[in-house]
Design a protein around this ligand. Sequence first.
Ligand code: HMG
Ligand code: MG
Length: 299
Amino acid sequence: GLPARVRIHEVGARDGLQNEKSTVPTEVKAEFIRRLAAAGLTTIEATSFVHPKWVPQLADAEQLFPLVSDLQGVELPVLVPNDRGLDRALALGARRIAVFASATESFAKANLNRTLDESLAVFEPVVRRAKDEGAHVRGYVSMCFGDPWEGAVPLPQVVRVCKALVAMGCDELSLGDTIGVATPGHVRALLSQLNEEGVPTDVIGVHFHDTYGQALANTYAALQHGVTTVDASAGGLGGCPYAKSATGNLATEDLVWMLRGLGIDTGVDLGHLVATSDWMAGHLGRPSPSRTVRALSHK
Ligand code: HMG
Ligand code: MG
């Protein structure tokens, strides 16, 4: 059966904006996050405390976070790649952080300048300290299905990284299809393999990019498996600057449209969300790639 309720982990302000050619003004980002919250989203990934040279689009994290941290009833996770990132996030009062690992060596190198095991060794004290500070910790695993340099990614490789993150103390995982090549059968196989290896479904979230148009079908397969946390990006913004051939995330509007049709509660007001993505598209100077936004847009 399908879940009665799904928690949407909104990544537009982070995964979306990190990949835009133009840098969006800090005040516009803050307004975007406020509008997402007003549309009913309750988990809104705000930014990343990474090296500003690696992701210049998010170099204003210190300025942005205080502009939104007073939002009531909203969790604002932030990405941290290392101790330095955690220091910066904690200094601003962040209560939810995310580390981001890779299932492949190629992407660990491209995204974190480390081998896979070196990156896990960096995360371990970060996760421990974040937990000691009472923060909630998400562990992303990128390239869970395919990798632009290595091709199809073997399930055991993904399972190993997932188990390492859970053993470190991560409260939840997010399985990333960074370049959008997954299909529903592959999703089912990975989730089953994780369960068999002792990783329960209730710590697993899914993070699909829509490169091959499979993100909604993949989400449906995950819901059938019992997953209740789904990452999506308003208007379908997004990608990853260090993963060639990555396009935008599953659009939050497309997700909400499907879930609403299934009678699954998300708490999101679709009209309000579409208006927000229209407004953001105006700032970015290009239309939203989301089919649902285009169908419901008044522009
Ligand atoms: P590095 O060059 O190896 O860093 O980069 P380092 O540890 O050698 O340090 C070099 C300098 O950077 C030092 O300064 C550090 O202090 C500074 P110096 O002493 O030379 O003056 N530094 C920092 N400054 C600010 N904040 C920090 C920080 N860390 C070091 N946190 C590093 C290693 C991890 C920093 C770099 O590779 C990095 O920032 N990578 C981030 C890449 C990124 O953000 N990618 C996108 C997010 S992942 C994603 O999108 C996938 C996801 O959506 C899921 C999916 O779709 O699969 C999550
Ligand atoms: Mg992503």
